[in-house]
Write a protein that binds this ligand. Structure first.
Ligand code: SF4
Ligand code: SF4
Length: 100
């Protein structure tokens, strides 16, 4: 069996409500805190799905759509900028586990 790269594995993740543009995020990030109080910006380096990015002037941006719910950012952020809510399954977006 072919050994898949991380990128290939991430590409196989399925999501609830993937096609819904109004789907609610399960993670909210206060990027004002990121861009005013955080010197290390750790989540831009530890998120395996690249949801936290730095732009050309060093500002943090977050997008939840590719999140695989690993939970790393919850522990990496020491500034209280990350809020996690399990959304209503009808309108929330999240990983479909168990090969669903
Ligand atoms: S560690 Fe927290 S405050 Fe710093 S960039 Fe990441 S989410 Fe923002
Ligand atoms: S839970 Fe994991 S994949 Fe999702 S944003 Fe946080 S670090 Fe990235």
């Amino acid at each position: 069996m072919k050994k898949l790269s991380i990128a290939e594995r991430l590409g196989m993740v399925n999501y609830l409500n993937q096609g819904k543009s109004e789907a609610k995020p399960h993670i909210l990030v206060n990027t004002d805190i990121c861009n005013t109080e955080c010197g290390h910006k750790a989540t831009t380096r530890v998120c395996p799905a690249n949801c936290y990015t730095l732009d050309e002037v060093g500002k943090v941006h977050f997008q939840f759509e590719d999140c695989i719910e690993c939970g790393t950012c919850m522990y990496a952020c020491d500034k209280g900028a990350v809020e996690w809510h399990y959304p209503d399954p009808e309108i929330g977006r999240g990983v479909k586990w168990n090969f669903g």
